[in-house]
Design a protein around this ligand. Structure first.
Ligand SMILES: Cc1cc2nc3c(=O)[nH]c(=O)nc-3n(C[C@H](O)[C@H](O)[C@H](O)COP(=O)(O)OP(=O)(O)OC[C@H]3O[C@@H](n4cnc5c(N)ncnc54)[C@H](O)[C@@H]3O)c2cc1C
Length: 384
């Protein structure tokens, strides 16, 4: 097995690692991406909701970062189009934040007040009838906030586009498992994998829920754990077939539906609708779909949108979200090491935040100072 030599070795080829590789080659770096594509890769299962405007998170630092991440997508789409990758799975479709039951009224009022205070020129409350005109299968609604700026992204298609764009600029990729780091003093000088070694000047660990495996060698605890999520994809009947749903031919235009206390619905072109997601940290690395997960999702789906009853279940996806105890990602250098950076822990928001994180971390791997806005995500906030 041959040894490769490069400027930066990236461990992990989910959306975060692939976006990082894309940014690095864009900066002129020679990059090797090593990815095992483990079963349970979160990027393959993610619902793809990009709506920082309606987050319940009161933290202003998180909100600013989320809004920058949403803006970053718009420039990224344009860059990928210039690279010849117009199909990215990204679309601005809007989002309906809804209270569907009396018990949700207080929570809705809190989230709506926060969101309207932050984005008064973008968001507006709509009537239940207006909401059903936008998403016809919806059932009973109490109050609805409309965010026309929200977008959806298909993580698989976006990942493929980024990978294609990066390979077009010289990225080399290995399908392999990284088994360890090569250490020399306070530096990592390479990585070992089951397809050979890679010598490098810097390493990025973007291994999602699997990232902590490198902690022991680095003498730290990488504060990331898996949180299993299941999501069901449904197919509505053809517009002229039995059980056809009003307006299903236009499902690509339907907004995301996000009940404040329940599961969400994400519609895609061609009558496909995804309902997610379960949140099962106790399942650890078990990425099998379960009957209990299906029951939870299907009953939530029908409670929110009874009009989806005639749909057939066409896919069940399971992903392991890389979560941290405070819900924020872990970005930047590993303390005590000159040239190892973590880019992980994006949890429930990695499709939104991941590409923006990657764009900020990439210059640091090539020697630039860590920008101020990344400091809130340093792993030094956790005990080692
Ligand atoms: C059901 C569900 C719904 C979600 N919905 C949303 C949403 O609506 N909006 C949103 O923003 N986010 C959402 N997320 C979260 C989002 O999907 C994740 O945060 C994001 O995909 C994480 O990307 P990642 O690249 O860090 O990890 P992953 O996508 O898991 O990729 C990690 C990669 O690293 C590789 N790897 C790890 N260790 C090694 C090694 N030693 N050697 C080689 N390769 C290795 C793995 O094989 C894998 O390919 C959702 C997730 C789930 C599961």
């Amino acid at each position: 097995m041959s040894t490769l030599t490069c400027d930066v070795a990236v461990v992990g080829g989910g959306l975060v690692g692939t976006a990082l590789a894309y940014e690095l080659v864009g900066l002129g770096a020679d990059v090797v991406l090593v990815d095992r594509h483990h079963q349970g890769r979160a990027t393959d299962a993610g619902a793809g909701i990009l709506s920082p405007e309606t987050t319940w998170n009161p933290d202003s630092g998180w909100f600013s970062f989320g809004m920058e991440a949403a803006a970053h997508y718009r420039t990224l789409i344009a860059r990928l189009a210039d690279d010849g990758f117009a199909d990215t799975g990204y679309a601005q479709c809007g989002l309906l934040l809804a209270a569907t039951e009396p018990g949700e009224d207080d929570w809705f009022a809190t989230v709506a007040a926060l969101a309207l205070g932050r984005s008064p020129d973008t968001l507006s409350e709509v009537t239940p009838e207006e909401a059903r005109a936008l998403f016809p299968p919806l059932g009973r609604l109490r109050r609805v906030l409309h965010n026309p700026a929200a977008a959806r992204v298909d993580g698989r298609i976006m990942n493929d586009a980024l990978l294609g764009g990066a390979i077009g600029r010289g990225l080399r990729r290995r399908e392999a498992t990284v088994t360890g780091l090569q250490l020399s003093g306070a530096r990592v000088v390479g990585i070992d994998s089951d397809a050979g070694a890679v010598s490098c000047a810097a390493v990025a660990v973007a291994g999602g829920a699997w990232s902590p495996m490198f902690g022991a060698q680095l003498g730290i605890s990488i504060p990331v754990e898996p949180a299993k999520g299941q999501i069901i994809h449904m197919q509505l009947p053809a517009p002229d077939g039995p059980g056809a749903t009003d307006g299903a031919a236009d499902s690509g235009q339907w907004p995301i539906v996000s009940p404040v206390l329940h599961h969400y619905l994400v519609a895609w072109p061609g009558g496909r609708v995804a309902c997610g997601g379960t949140y099962e940290p106790d399942a650890l690395f078990d990425s099998r779909p379960t009957v209990a997960g299906m029951e939870e999702l299907l009953s939530a789906c029908l409670a929110i949108a009874p009009g989806l009853g005639p749909a057939t279940v066409v896919d069940v996806r399971v992903g392991l979200r890389p979560v941290t105890s405070d819900g924020l990602p872990v970005l930047g250098p590993v303390p005590g090491w000159d040239n190892v950076h973590l880019v992980t822990g994006h949890g429930t928001e990695g499709l939104l935040l991941g590409p923006h994180s990657a764009a900020l971390v990439a210059p640091c791997l090539l020697g630039s100072p860590v920008p101020e806005e990344l400091r809130q995500f340093s792993m030094t906030r956790f005990p080692t």
